[in-house]
Design a protein around this ligand. Structure first.
Ligand code: FES
Length: 134
């Protein structure tokens, strides 16, 4: 009698284990960071000073403003191995993974190991808000 109960319990648990496994493997692939695939509103235009830059970590975008007031935006997905860059010092972006540095005003590499400039995004100010996208 005890033996049969054990068998039954094992059979009942099997489908549950299967669901848990598939949910786990599906979640692993969904965590890859990415730059916006459609135009996204980042914040107020006043957040980006002339000669400065602002990092929008949630959206993986950096916006810089030249002295003439024009805006530029770049994806902050590192071109070395795809980490999301999370640090901005002045107008220098620093990747947490292997220390590559990029110029937020031009997207150019300042420090290896990355060798390719950041991807430029289109950016515009609309009603006092900054909108950037592919
Ligand atoms: S992924 Fe950024 S330095 Fe390697």
């Amino acid at each position: 009698m005890p033996a049969r109960r054990t068998v039954l319990r094992g059979a009942a648990l099997a489908p549950v284990a299967g669901i848990a496994l598939s949910a786990c493997s599906g979640g692993g692939g969904g965590g890859t960071p990415g730059a916006p695939t459609a135009p996204v509103e980042l914040g107020a235009e006043s957040e980006v000073a002339k000669g400065g830059a602002t990092l929008y970590r949630e959206e993986n975008v950096v916006v810089s403003r030249a002295e003439d007031g024009s805006l530029k935006a770049f994806s902050t997905i590192c071109t070395h191995a795809g980490c999301a860059i999370n640090k901005l010092q002045g107008t220098t972006l620093i990747c947490p993974c292997h220390g590559s540095e990029f110029d937020a005003a031009t997207g150019e590499v300042l420090q290896a190991p990355a060798t390719v400039a950041l991807k430029e995004l289109s950016v515009r100010a609309k009603g006092g808000r900054i909108v950037a996208g592919p």
